[in-house]
Design a protein around this ligand. Structure first.
Ligand SMILES: [Zn+2]
Length: 91
């Protein structure tokens, strides 16, 4: 099964309509900016969004020394789900 690629969508801060990323820029390893355009033609807002990783759900197999992020609580439940799936597949 092919991996599904998610188009980042956010809502316009003014009219709350879906907005589409029209330009992105990786500023640093830990910081990315994107320009979004509101899909509501009556609004027409264009705005900038900041993106930064805030926690790790699954650790990297090739960690970078400058990247220090807390481990998300979700990682425990994700690992338990993985363990359960693995157990079910081998039983
Ligand atoms: Zn809008």
């Amino acid at each position: 099964m092919a991996e599904r690629i998610c188009q980042p969508i956010t809502v316009c801060p003014h009219c709350l309509s879906n907005s589409k990323a029209v330009k992105t820029n990786q500023v640093t390893r830990m910081y990315r900016e994107a320009v979004y355009r509101c899909n509501n033609i009556e609004c027409g807002a264009v705005f900038k969004v900041a993106m930064t990783p805030i926690s790790m759900i699954s650790p990297s197999a090739i960690p970078h020394e400058e990247v220090v992020l807390p481990v998300s609580k979700q990682s425990n439940s994700a690992q338990k789900q993985l363990d359960f799936t693995t157990e079910g597949e081998t039983a």
